[in-house]
Structures are given as C-alpha cells and as structure tokens.
Design a protein. Structure first.
Length: 292
C-alpha cells in the first residue's frame, strides 16, 4: 500500500529523492559528479535485492556494466566505485549463478579502473557471501567486504579479513536479526563495532568505517591516530542524504569520505530500511504522504 501511495504521490517523491539519486544511470552519474566535486568519493548501488529469476539477475549485470562504462567515460573511475548485493544477482536461487554474475561485474569494474564492494545482507547469507568474496578476491584482490558489528561472529570475520590488500567496510547492520546471532542493544553493538574496528585498524588491510553515529566517529578518529595510521589509510562512509553536515566536516578535516549512493527503480526495500532506522524519518515521510 505504501509503495503504491509513494509512487503515485508527488510530495513523497521528495522523501525518496533525499536518499536515492534517481532511477537512471544518468541520475547516478549526476549525483556522483556533484559529490566528487565536493571532495567526496562515492560508491554507487544499483538498487535491487532478492532476485529469484535468472533473467532478472542478468538485467542487474547489464545495469552495472552500463554504469561502469559510463563511469570510465566520465573520468570518474578513480573516485567512484560500485556496491552490489549478491541477492540481486540470484544468490537465493544458486550461489554459483550469483558468483558468476558478480565476476562479470568485477571484470567490468577492473576494465573501467575501479573497485567493487559486496554489501552484507541478512545473516542467512553471510557464509555464502564470504565464500563468493574469497573466490572473487583470487582474481580481483581489491573486492571489498562488508561486516556487520551487530553479528556476534564479525570480530572473527574481521580477523580473517584484516590481511594485506583487504578492503573491509564495517557497519552496524541493517536487518532484523535473532539474538542468537546478533547483539541487540545499542551499547553492545557499539562495543562490538569498536572491537572490530580495533582488529581492522591494527591489521594490514584498508578499513572503511560506515556509520553516522557521532560516538563511534569520535572513538574511531582517536583510534586511527593511536594505531599509527594516517588519515589517508582509512575511510569514513555515509549514506547519501544522511548527516550531510558531518560528511562535510570530515572532508574538511582531511578524512577520506565515501558516500553510498543508491539509484534505480527498486528503491522500496532500501527506503524502508532507512525509515525504520530513524522515527524522525518515518514521521517526515508520513507527513509528506498525507500532504502536511
Ligand atoms: P545509528 O545509531 O543508526 O545512527 C546514528 C545517528 O546517525 C542518528 O542518531 C542520526 O542522527 C543519524 N542517522 C542514522 N541513520 C539515519 C537515517 N536513516 N536517516 C537520518 N539520520 C540517520 N547495512 C548492512 O546491513 N549491510 C550493508 O552492506 C550496509 N552498507 C552500508 C554502507 C554505508 C556507507 C553506510 C553508512 C551504512 C551501511 N549499512 C549497511 C547500514 C548500517 O548497517 C546501519 O543500518 C546504518 O548506517 C545506521 O547505523 P549508524 O551506524 O549510522 O548508527
């Protein structure tokens, strides 16, 4: 019902547009160009998840291939990479199919001169995603992983992925998970985020801290110095449309800041996760929906 209402009602497009670049490759390039002009790096996500038909997964590969060609043509490939969800490449159907599709996208990214990061999805996919990651990294060592601090297993996964050449995005995690696999209180998740951050910062890979949480940003900033790393040896990442002032402040203080920019027609699941994260966003959305 909400999906239909949003699609039909012009005012609520403003809510979608705050978090999503638009529906086309041209929209993604426009927003990426603006952000690069403002001193940021970007990771572009072609929206889509839970694909269960091989032909749809093939369309996702086509979309990324088109995007990567356009990034190279626009001279943006040194600052703009792509993020992808294996579920949009058929992971639920067949891990082999998703791995093959992801390899096609990695080859296109390599040809364009940029990198790929595999997003993390719900915990039932973690083992499969890390298996596919390991295979992709044999050919393209720069393929990045995402680990979620709410998962109890993530400190061990950080340790396994903290070696030379490894790129790891650490985030809190965005899915509803059972207590048996995940921490549930804000304090526990922050504590585990910092344990994982410590492993990554003292390791030999390239850590990417994806959070808007001011407490974590302050703690991580202190630990970057204590671990003897320069500001150029780690990056902060934030979502398009979330805390733009903080994004600016980090850029102005010399940090590498990468903005995660989703685009495409399949924005519904992504938008719902952003609204669920913050009641104020849901209120903003509902006001727009009823036109007040
Ligand atoms: P929170 O405690 O949620 O937020 C801290 C503060 O940030 C809030 O008080 C508020 O001021 C601001 N804020 C946070 N979220 C919003 C919002 N939606 N709108 C407005 N303000 C907000 N999760 C995954 O499970 N898999 C992934 O692959 C993944 N990739 C990500 C990539 C990037 C670059 C980022 C930034 C996040 C990613 N996430 C991913 C989402 C992440 O797991 C969290 O759900 C999300 O970042 C919110 O957690 P937080 O650390 O920002 O802290």
């Amino acid at each position: 019902m909400i999906r239909r209402a949003v699609t039909a009602a012009a005012p609520t497009r403003a809510v979608v547009d705050r978090f999503v670049a638009g529906e086309t490759t041209a929209d993604a390039l426009r927003v990426a160009t603006e952000l690069v002009g403002a001193g940021c790096r970007v990771t572009l996500d072609h929206l889509g998840e839970d694909v269960t038909v091989p032909a749809e997964a093939a369309l996702t590969v086509d979309a990324y291939t088109e995007l990567l060609g356009a990034l190279a043509d626009a001279g943006l490939a040194d600052r703009v990479e792509v993020s992808l969800k294996l579920s949009s490449l058929g992971q639920a159907l067949d891990e082999e199919l998703a791995a093959g599709n992801a390899a096609r996208i990695c080859a296109a990214a390599h040809a364009a001169g940029t990198t790929v990061t595999l997003d993390a999805e719900d915990h039932t996919t973690t083992d499969s995603t890390l298996r596919v990651l390991a295979r992709l990294r044999e050919r393209w060592p720069s393929v990045g992983a995402v680990l979620q601090a709410y998962l109890r297993r993530s400190e061990d996964d950080c340790r396994a992925l903290a070696g030379p050449g490894s790129r790891v995005r650490l985030c809190k995690g965005a899915y509803a998970e059972p207590d048996v696999v995940a921490f549930s209180t804000a304090a526990e998740i922050r504590d585990n985020f910092m344990r994982c951050a410590e492993v990554l910062l003292t390791g030999r890979g390239y850590p990417m801290f994806a959070t808007h949480d001011p407490v974590l940003i302050a703690l991580v900033t202190d630990r970057i110095r204590a671990a003897g790393r320069g500001v150029g040896e780690v990056e902060f990442q934030m979502l398009h449309g979330v805390r733009p002032d903080e994004q600016r402040r980090l850029v102005d203080t010399g940090h590498i800041v990468r903005i995660y920019v989703p685009y495409g027609t399949q924005w519904y699941g992504y938008l719902m996760r952003r609204l669920a994260e913050r009641p104020a966003n849901a209120a903003f959305f509902l006001r727009a929906l009823i036109g007040r």
